[in-house]
Design a binder for this molecule. Sequence first.
Ligand code: NAD
Ligand code: GDD
Length: 321
Amino acid sequence: MRKALVLGAGGFIGSHLVKRLKKDGMWVRGVDLKFPEFSETVADDFIQGDLRDMQVCERAVDQRFDEVYQLAADMGGAGYIFTGDNDADIMYNSSMINLHILETCKRRNIKRIFYSSSACMYPEYNQLDPDNPNCAEDSAYPANPDSEYGWEKLFSERLYLAYGRNHGMEPRIARFHNIFGEEGTYEGGKEKAPAAFCRKIASATDGDTIEMWGDGAQTRSFLHIDECIEAVLRLTRSEFQGPVNIGSEEMVTINQLAGMVMEVAGKNLEINHIPGPEGVRGRNSDNTLIKDKLGWAPSEPLLEGLRKTYQWVEGRLHRRN
Ligand code: NAD
Ligand code: GDD
C-alpha cells in the first residue's frame, strides 16, 4: 500500500487532503499541533506534536513515505499576517518547521515532498493596480513581498529547491491563492475574507450593516478547497517541480465578494467601510504555467464555492445558537 505523510493534517487544507488520500486508497499519517477542529481525522495514524521540534520530525518521518505533504505553518488571513503583530512568530515558527522537516526527510532518503507556498511571496510593486495585478511565476524577482509571511514563504521555497539540487530530493512547490471552503476557519482572527463575510452575513438580518476593511475596491481571486486538493495531487505526482500558482483567475473586488455572499444568503445588507489590514491592492492567479505544465485549471465558478461555504458556516452558527 502506498504511504503518505501529511504535515499540518489538523488544519484546513491538510484535513481535506487526508480525506482525499484515504479515498484514493493510501495509508496516511497526519501530524499537527492539534486535531482537525470540525470533523474527526480519517488518517490511519495521527501524531499530535510540534514540528518545530526535531524529535517530533524524526518520529513523524520514521519510515519510508511515497509522498510527503508539508502544509504546517503559522498562517492566517489579512487580520493575522498584515497587522505586523505576529511577524516574529510567523517567521520563526514556519521556518523552524521547514528547516527541521527537510533535514529529517533528507536523512530518511525521502524524495517527493510537496511544499505549500503562497501568492503572498509576489512583489508588492506588481500588485498596486487592482485591475491589473501581475502574479506570473517569473515575476517573483526582484523580490519585495509586502509581509514577513511572504518573505518566509520565499525563503522556504528556496530552501526546498536547494535540498532538491544538493540532496537529490524532489520538491513540488505550489503558490496558493486564497483557498476557501467548508471546514475553514471562520472566526477568531485568522479567518480569510470569504469565511469572514459568510460569518458576518449569516449573523445579520436584512437592513443590518456589516463591516469591511478598506474601500472594498481591492481585488483578489479565491479557489475552492476541492479544486485546490486536485491541483496539489496533480502537481505532486507530476515531473514538474514548480513553483507554480494554484489559484483561480476569477478576480473580484472585495465589494463584489460580499455582494456574492449576500446573493447566496438572500440578504440585502449595508457595508460600513472601516480602516483595517488590507494587504496588496490587487491580486489574481495567473494560470498560464499550470495549464501548460499540468494541463489543469479550475473550473468551478466562485459563486458555487461560496454557496457551499456559506451553507456550512451558517449551519455552524445555527447549531451554536
Ligand atoms: P491552517 O492554519 O488551517 O493549517 C496549518 C496547520 O499547521 C494548523 O493546523 C496548525 O496547527 C499546524 N501547525 C502550525 N504550527 C505547527 C507546528 N509547530 N507543529 C505542527 N503543526 C503546526 O492553514 P491552511 O489554510 O490549511 O494552510 C496550509 C498551508 O498552505 C500553509 O502552509 C499556508 O501557509 C499555505 N497557504 C494557505 C493559503 C490559504 O488560502 N488557505 C494560501 C496560501 C498559502
Ligand atoms: N479576513 C478579512 N476579514 N478580510 C477582509 C475583511 C474582513 O472582515 N474585510 C475586508 N477584508 C479584505 C482584506 O483587507 C484584504 O484586502 C482582502 O479582504 C482579502 O483578505 P484575506 O482573505 O484575509 O487575505 P489575503 O487575500 O490578503 O491573503 C490571504 O491569501 C494569501 C494567498 O493569496 C491569506 O490567507 C494569506 O495567508 C495567503 O497566503
